[in-house]
Design a protein. Sequence first.
Length: 187
Amino acid sequence: MKYFILFGPPGAGKGTQAKLLVDKYNFKHVSTGDLLRKEMAECTELGEKAQKLINEGKLVPDDVVVGMIRKTIKENPDVRGFIFDGFPRTIAQAEELDSMLSQFGHKVNSVISLAIGDDVIRERILHRAKVENRKDDTDEEIIKTRIRTYHEKTEPLIAFYKGQGKYNEIPGERAIGEVFSDIEKLL
Ligand code: AMP
């Protein structure tokens, strides 16, 4: 079983690239953002708890997302591998993931990071707001909070995965096909 992490700030193109990888290589795409939005749409208890934090551009608690990831891995024993998108987002989540995978005798194979600047993040999120109906994509203040949260809580993962020798960075401010072909080379 292979485990790949698509890493990068909101709007980097992780979801777009993950979908291309799923179509071509038959991996299971796991987006914690999508899973949380599904819980919200179904008005589950978890969804209602997460809603306020998501709509403010803040992270939901680590144990909530780690629990969703554990469930997804257990429910998909026959897939070739997993592409995590938007997870892990904190050092604590990355440590939990390592310990969870080691219980199954597995490990993270590689982290593929899509690098883009803050101005492009903003533009892309605002563009996405027109395509997808996401409250956290339309409000400038919420977008700012998400970018700040990324720098404070998620960016430290770069050093974490560099330390494990698993970190690969790709310039993300290019055409979708160019980024995809770089990702394929890394896989
Ligand atoms: P995304 O679709 O990945 O941009 O996620 C949308 C929102 O869901 C984020 O702004 C967070 O509030 C929440 N979220 C998604 N993934 C995580 C995660 N791994 N840890 C904490 N919160 C998350």
